[in-house]
Design a binder for this molecule. Sequence first.
Ligand code: FPP
Ligand code: MG
Length: 345
Amino acid sequence: MISPGTKSKSQDLTPLIELVQDEMQMVEDWLGTNLIDDNPFVGELLKQIFQAGGKRLRPLIVLLSGRATGKDNEIGRLHIILAVLTELIHTASLVHDDVIDSSDLRRGKETINKKWNERVAVLMGDLLFAQASICLARLMNPPVVGIYGQVLGDLCAGEIKQMRHQFNIDADWDTYIQKSIGKTASLFSAGSHSAAILNGQDNDTVLALKSYGLNLGICFQIVDDMLDITGDFDSKNKAGGVLKPVGGDLRNGVLTAPVLYALAQGGKDSERLRKLIEERLVVEDAGNQEGLSIISRSCAIEKTAELAQKYADDACRDISILPDSPYKDGLCALTEFIMSRAKSN
Ligand code: FPP
Ligand code: MG
C-alpha cells in the first residue's frame, strides 16, 4: 500500500491496484465469467480477449476515483459495474482499431482479425459494446448514460480525425490534441467523473475529476505516441505497453507529438522528414527507419516528454481539492506510472 503523501515512482502498478484489490478482483471475475456466451466459439473468443492481459488502467481510474470521492472512501456495486463497462468499451474499441490498422499483434498475441477474420472481429467488438450498454442500463443514472454515449461518439470522431489527417504534413497541434482527447482522454475522463457522479458529489468535485481524467488521458496518449518512436518489444512489455513493433504510427502517416516537434525544429533534417512523409517513403522500411532516426536525434523526444509531464502535473493539480486519502494519492501516482513508461526507454 502507498501511504498518504507518498508517491510511487515505480513502473509497477501493483501498489495502486492493492488500494482497490477486492474491487479489482470483482471486475476481473466479471470480465472472466459474466460475459461467457452460450455459444462456445464466442465464449472462447471472449476468453482470448480478456486473458490477453492489459493493464486494467481504466477500471483502476474508476475505482480510485470512486473511493477518493466516496463517503468515508466507500464504494459499492455500481462502481464495479462502471469499472467493468469502461474496460468493455476500451477493449471493444481496440478490437475495432486492430481491424482499422490491420494489426496482427496486440499485447504480444494474435489479434482477432489475424487469428480469425475481420468480420468476426467487427462483430466481437460490437458484442462487447452491447455488453457495455447492458452494464450502463444497470447504473440507472441518465447523466452517466449521456456521458458514455458522448464517449462512443468521441472515440469514433477521434479515429476518423486521425484517418483524415494521415500523411497531412500541415496537421497542427490542435488537431493532435483534439484527436488524443477523442481517442483516449474522453474515456479516462468519463470514468473518473462518472465515479464521482455515482457518489452524488457536488459540481466542483465532479468537474475536478472530469479535468483530471482528461489531462491524464492526454498524458497517456502522448507517452504512447512517444513509445511508438523510442520503444522496443521488451521495454514496452515491461512497461505494460502494447508489444508492437515501433514506427507503426509513422508508417501509417499518423503525425504524433514527436513528429510535430521534429518537423517544427527546422533545418535539413526537418525538410527531409517532411519529404519522407509527404512522399509516403515512411511506409517502406528504409524510409521508416530514416524517419525514426531523424526524430530520435532531434530534440523531439525530450520536448514530447516535457509536454506529457505538463499534462501529468495538471492532472495532479486538478484533484488538489479532494480530501487527503490514499486514493487521492493513488490517482496522483497514476500520472507517475504513466510518465515512468516514457522514462523506461
Ligand atoms: C488505439 O489507438 C485506439 C483507440 C484508443 C480508439 C479506437 C476507436 C475506434 C476504433 C472507434 C470505436 C468504435 C465505436 C463504435 C465506439 P492507437 O492505434 O494509437 O493505439 P495502439 O497502438 O494501441 O493500436
Ligand atoms: Mg492502433
